[in-house]
Design a protein around this ligand. Structure first.
Ligand code: ADP
Ligand code: TRP
Length: 324
């Protein structure tokens, strides 16, 4: 299969279990199915929220190190930083000139902020167009994303189709590959794990502080003897992310039988989670000591990505009369 796969992830903080099981793991699996997987660190998008120079720069490098440590293989997939491909920003302008205001007014990030009476800037408003440029710049066919990004994929298809209609066939229409809602990882309070809710467990959190956080996971206060339904319990859902089928089944049986304390399960969760990421943690330590090697991987990735983006941008420039 040679389908062109692309996805981006924002460097807005350290990756948590939701990011790993909901997104990063799929990126890594897909790199084995196609030689054309492009993954980038969306620092231009992060600039709409991270307004601190050191923080953004550090987050960007950390995101690259994390992805590599987790198994993203730069020999198979192309890993780069969004802003290292300036063609995308130019393409964004070409798309913006034909973007109806109403289309962006309906997009949820902007709409939610406005409904809450918060001030929004043009960066947030036009965020989906930059995302469309990211996708269209590489003739991407398949875009693995969470269900919160499906709307942005629809905007991308709309903008591409309308450009093609107006100026002639230029862009490939991409398809979203939506990660199933079942893959939604709960946080320590049982709500969806998210940086914005402060309920995250980080992939590379130091094991000691991770254990502490796990011990504080909110559980219900029913008596120990009572049998419980494992599937509706977020502690069980978290455990299931890491456990083998056999261990998951024995844990489920324990829930149904009752008579256990949540403390034991939390301890089992901490053990299995620390173990699961142990090899990646070692690789991360090595990579963190070699920032130049990581920068070189990103530079090589950007060179490959730019070659493709330049080809698509040239097509788009010609199509709309910028080549005279
Ligand atoms: P956050 O909500 O913490 O800010 P992002 O919105 O930056 O996370 O998400 C980055 C990627 O991780 C997206 O593809 C998103 O779908 C996925 N993701 C984030 N949180 C979860 C979760 N709790 N469960 C599954 N996937 C998630
Ligand atoms: N908006 C995406 C998110 O917050 C990140 C992103 C930016 C992206 N550009 C993209 C994802 C292009 C897929 C394709 O998760």
């Amino acid at each position: 299969m040679t389908m062109r796969v692309l996805s981006g992830i924002q460097p807005t903080g350290r990756f948590h279990w939701g990011n790993y099981f909901g997104a990063i793991r799929q990126y890594i699996e897909l790199q084995h199915q196609t030689p054309n997987a492009f993954y980038f660190i969306a620092n231009l998008h992060a600039l709409t929220t991270v307004r601190d120079r050191e923080e953004l720069a550090q987050n960007t490098l950390d995101a690259a190190i994390d992805l590599l440590a987790l198994g993203l293989d730069p020999q198979r997939a192309t890993l780069f930083v969004q802003s290292d491909v300036p063609e995308v920003s130019e393409l964004c302008w070409l798309l913006l000139t034909g973007t109806p205001m109403g289309l962006l007014e309906r997009c949820h990030a902007y709409k939610d902020k406005k409904e809450r009476g918060l001030p929004a800037d043009a960066g947030l408003f036009t965020y989906p167009v930059l995302m469309a440029a990211d996708i269209l710049a590489y003739d991407s066919e398949v875009v693995p994303v969470g269900d919160d990004q499906v709307q942005h994929l629809e905007v991308t298809r709309d903008l591409a189709a309308s450009f093609n209609h107006h100026f002639g066939q230029t862009f490939v229409l991409p398809k979203a590959k939506v990660m199933p809602a079942a893959a939604r990882v709960p946080g320590t309070d049982g709500a969806k794990m998210s940086k914005s809710y402060g309920n995250t467990l980080e992939v590379f959190e130091d094991p000691k502080s991770l254990r502490k956080k796990i011990m504080r996971i909110v559980t219900d206060s029913r008596p120990m003897e009572e049998p419980k339904d494992p599937d509706s319990d977020h502690l069980f859902q978290l455990y299931s992310l890491f456990a083998s089928d056999g261990d998951r089944e024995s844990m489920a049986a324990l829930y149904r039988r009752g008579g256990f304390g949540y403390g034991e399960i939390k301890k089992a969760l901490a053990d299995v989670a620390v173990d699961y990421f142990a090899a990646a943690r070692t690789r991360r330590e090595e990579l963190a000591g070699q920032p130049e090697r990581v920068r070189q991987i990103l530079a090589d990735g950007a060179a490959r990505a730019r070659a493709k983006a330049a080809e698509v941008l040239d097509r788009a420039r010609r199509a709309c009369g910028l080549v005279y």
